[in-house]
Design a protein around this ligand. Structure first.
Ligand SMILES: [Zn+2]
Length: 232
């Protein structure tokens, strides 16, 4: 399924990041495609249904628009979820994300690391950095963040390094085990988010030069808004 006009009209990219999303709807690949064709321009390269059905809508070397300031370098995947994107990925979804993650490493040389900063190469999920969304997002949800950190990313690394698929069934955990993992991931997330926000606010109120053109644009816009707000 090729999404037009985006597939032909959007700029070429050299992808260095892979960013995971939840679409807050329990949709099939066909329905995700129709949503982007008819309703919004914030498309992703890939769409993933609950049953593991994977669709591609845009070439991996063409820009997709789901990731704000990372669009110039990120390959993105949307995935079916419940309406609040609070549910975990299904086994079938996890298996596809892992396979795609390994393929992207082999095909595009995406390095086997979790993105250490918003513009560094690697793997990540939408809410990891404020620069990846317009004003922050909870996407893809706490349960999926926990799965990314504890199951998906480690398994991508293992397989990319020649390991056989892990025998452990990822959802073969008790609700209490899953809950404990989610809780820990939320804590870690919160600390990271607080750190990011402090840094981000710092760049707004000091006059530090920002060299990256995308960041400079947003910093200047926010500095303007702050000045208006304080009336000076
Ligand atoms: Zn998202």
């Amino acid at each position: 399924m090729e999404l037009q006009p985006e597939s032909d009209s959007q700029a070429a990219i050299t992808p260095t990041q892979f960013i995971l999303h939840s679409i807050a709807a329990p949709w099939t690949v066909q329905r995700i495609y129709e949503y982007w064709r008819d309703s919004t321009n914030l498309e992703s390269h890939f769409g993933l249904a609950y049953d593991g059905d994977l669709g591609q809508f845009i070439g991996t070397q063409t820009r997709a628009d789901a990731n704000m300031y990372a669009n110039v370098r990120a390959i993105s995947l949307e995935s079916a979820s419940n309406l609040d994107h609070t549910d975990p990925w299904t086994d079938a979804q996890i298996e596809q994300i892992i396979k795609l993650g390994v393929w992207l490493h082999q095909q595009h040389g995406i390095p086997l690391q979790i993105c250490p900063s918003w513009d560094s190469p690697g793997y990540g999920f939408h809410r990891m950095f404020p620069q990846w969304s317009d004003g922050g997002t909870a996407c893809p949800g706490d349960a999926r963040v926990a799965q990314f950190k504890n199951v998906i990313f480690p398994e991508i690394v293992r397989r990319a390094n020649g390991g056989a698929p892990s025998q452990k069934d990822v959802l073969d955990m008790t609700p209490d085990e899953l809950k404990a993992i989610v809780k820990q991931a939320i804590e870690e997330e919160r600390l990271t988010l607080v750190k990011d926000q402090i840094y981000w606010l710092g760049t707004l109120v000091n006059d530090e030069e920002v060299t990256d053109s995308d960041t400079a644009w947003q910093v200047n816009r926010n500095r303007g808004a702050l000045k208006n707000f304080f009336g000076k």
